[in-house]
Each structure stands twice: as C-alpha cells, then as structure tokens.
Design a protein around this ligand. Structure first.
Ligand code: TYM
Length: 355
C-alpha cells in the first residue's frame, strides 16, 4: 500500500524584521532539514494582509524574507523557495477549506483572540480564516512535516482537523476516483486524500522569549526593540541587547531543573544552546554555578559569531533584488506545478467541472 511521500513545508510572514526567535525556531530548523527531506519554503505574503491590509513595502518585505532564507543557508536548487501569492492554488484550496472548517474552530484559536483583541466584530474575515489558508499552504502539496515554533502548534492541529474532516466527508468520492492513500493514525491505518501533517517543534529554542521579560514571547510587535535581536542588528547592537537583557541575581543553576522558575535564565540558556547547536543540559554543564556577568559576554560573543555572517550575507543578497526575484519566480513555477496536480484531484473529488 502506498504512503504519503515525506515532504516538508513551512512559511514565514513578510511583516517587519525577522528576529532571533524566527531564526532559531524556524529558519535554522529549515536549513537542518534540507539534507534529509524534500522541502518547500514559502514567504506567505497573503497571510500578511490579514492583520494589516495596506503595506507600503510588501514587495520589499517579501524579498527580505527570501533573502533571509538564502542567507541562513537554504539552497534554492535543492529546495523550492517562493512567495505564496504566485501560486493561486493556495487561495483556491483555502476557499474550499473555509467551507470544511467550522467557525467554532476558528474562534478558539488563541492567536486570533490575541490579534483581534476586544473588538472582534471589527477584525477582518481574513484574520479569522487565517488558519484555513495556512492549512491550504501545507496540504496543497500534501506535505507530511511542518517545522515551526511552539506558537504555531494550535494552527497545525487545526490543519489536521481540516484534513481529517475533508477525508471523512469526501471518503466515498475519494475512493471512487482511487485517490486515497493509506496512512497510520495512532494505532489505526486509515485511508484519506490529505495527510495528517506532523508538526516538527524541535530543539532548545522552540519558544524564544523577550529579552526584557522572560514570560513574554520574543515578537516583531513588541514596542521595545531591546526585547529582541533582529536579524539585521549589527554586532554592537547584539552585544548591547544581551548585556541589557533582564536576569535574576542568582548564578546559573547546577542542573536543568534549577531553570524551571527562572524564565529569563532559561531563555538565555536556551538561546545559547540553539546557537551553539547543543542542548540546554550541555550549556548547564559548562556554565552551571557561573554568574551572568560571565555568561552574558560568552553568549554575546557566540550570538555575534553566528549572526554576523548571516547579516552580511543578507545584505549582500538584498543588494541584488533581481537575483532574489529570479529565485522566487523559479520556485513559484516549480511549486505551481505541484500544487496544480493536487488541485486537479481536489476538483474531481468535489465535482467541480474542470475540463
Ligand atoms: P510567523 O511569520 O509569525 O513566524 C515564522 C516562524 O517563526 C516562529 N517563531 C518563533 N519561534 C520561536 N520563538 C519565537 N519567539 C518565535 N516567533 C516566531 C514561528 O513559530 C514560525 O515557525 N502562521 C505562520 C506562517 C505560516 C505557516 C504556514 C507556517 C503560514 N502558512 C504553513 C507553517 C506552515 C506565522 O505567522 O509565522
């Protein structure tokens, strides 16, 4: 019996500067996967319309994310790199998923609640339907694995729910056309058209926290620039932000358990581990019992050593927008061909006339 072919998909929104959380939670992971999986990495420009409709520089921001992908080490020959809006099949499948998903599912999304705030009636319909487009991004390629940071976990559960409901609701049509694929779901083997995608939320930095408050996620929207390290920060800025990072007065603990009630210490140790390509345990083994006055300079040095080359490469690549556009165009063509293969089958399964 056939199984779904293993395929990785992930995306980043072109809104504002990328920060260390995006790098450690996503981009660095994307790079690690390119040697073992076939991968598709997308700049999700349509998603960026959900919170802010009118952008002055959407094209620039889109290029900047693509440049960050390339500067982090993604190979555009090995992987497909493109921007979402070039492949209209994403939006087409999202519409179908809007009819599969239930409003109640969307209303429960914590990110929707956070972003919509108190005035939910005034949020865009796109913001509510955001996870449906995200499910379409993944499933239009029938991708099996999605590397993301911790904050995207709930959206990926919803993508599984959408896939499962589509598979159930159309099970007879899927069987009639012979488009079902066998897959393992828990202990059972079931047949369906869309895979139940696995999130890959791995490594010591799946949730990088603000440098000013270890209980808040590092985020593009935090008003304090000191809360985050941006991919475009220069060496002095990186070192200064780490020096100013909030900490408690105790030295680092002698074991990992000692980090539990210490969010700022935990965060900095996690960042160190992810940058060094090691584990929190290893970092504690080396730095347990040491003061922050010793640990912070070591972390700053490591962060500069790892981030400066990416920063320089991003500037080099961004100086040639023609090159970046070419990568996105070619990636879009390759992605479009794959997406159309899926959509042809989806249209047949649903019964949409398409000939
Ligand atoms: P976005 O653009 O907000 O973030 C891009 C990636 O960065 C991760 N991330 C973090 N990881 C660790 N610590 C942090 N503080 C941190 N902040 C952000 C995010 O988890 C994400 O992996 N909805 C997605 C984009 C998207 C997508 C998709 C992702 C659209 N379609 C399909 C995967 C598959 C988003 O807004 O990510």
């Amino acid at each position: 019996m056939s199984e779904f072919k293993q395929l990785v998909f992930s995306g980043v929104q072109p809104t504002g500067n990328l920060h260390l959380g995006n790098y450690l939670g996503a981009l660095q992971r994307f790079v690690a996967l390119q040697d073992t999986y076939e991968c598709i990495y997308c700049v999700v420009d349509l998603h960026s319309l959900t919170a802010t409709l009118v952008h002055d520089d959407l094209a620039e921001q889109t290029r900047a994310i693509a440049a960050a992908y390339l500067a982090s080490g993604l190979d555009p020959k090995k992987n497909i790199i493109f921007n979402q809006s070039r492949v209209p099949q994403h939006a087409e499948l999202a519409w179908i998923f809007n009819c599969v998903a239930r409003i109640g599912w969307m209303n429960r999304m914590t990110q929707f609640k956070d972003k919509a705030g108190k005035d939910r009636e005034n949020a865009s319909l796109g913001l509510l339907a955001y996870p449906s487009l995200m499910a379409a991004d993944i499933l239009v390629y029938r991708a099996t694995h999605v590397p993301v940071g911790e904050d995207q976990k709930q959206h990926l559960e919803l993508a599984r729910n959408i896939a499962q409901k589509f598979n159930n609701d159309f099970s007879e049509h899927i069987a009639t056309h012979g488009y079902g694929v066998e897959m393992e779901v828990g202990e059972e083997r079931v047949n369906g058209f869309f895979p139940l995608t696995e999130p890959l939320i791995e490594g010591p930095a799946t949730r990088v926290m603000s440098l000013r408050d270890g209980t808040k996620k590092m985020s593009k929207s935090d008003p304090s620039d000191l809360s985050r390290i941006n991919l475009m920060d220069d060496a002095d800025t990186i070192a200064r932000k780490i020096k100013k990072a909030k900490t408690d007065p105790e030295p680092l603990p002698g074991d990992v358990g000692g980090l539990e009630e210490r969010p700022e210490a935990h965060n900095l140790v996690g960042i160190y581990a992810a940058l060094a390509g090691t584990t929190v345990q290893e970092v504690i083994r080396d730095y347990g019992g040491r003061q922050f006055s010793e640990f912070k300079p070591a972390l700053a040095e490591l962060a500069v050593e790892k981030m400066a080359p990416i920063n320089a490469e991003m500037r080099r690549i961004s100086a040639d927008p023609g090159y970046v556009d070419g990568v996105l165009r070619e990636g879009g063509e390759r992605a479009g061909a794959k997406a159309e293969e899926t959509m042809k089958m989806v249209r047949e399964i649903i019964g949409l006339l398409d000939n």
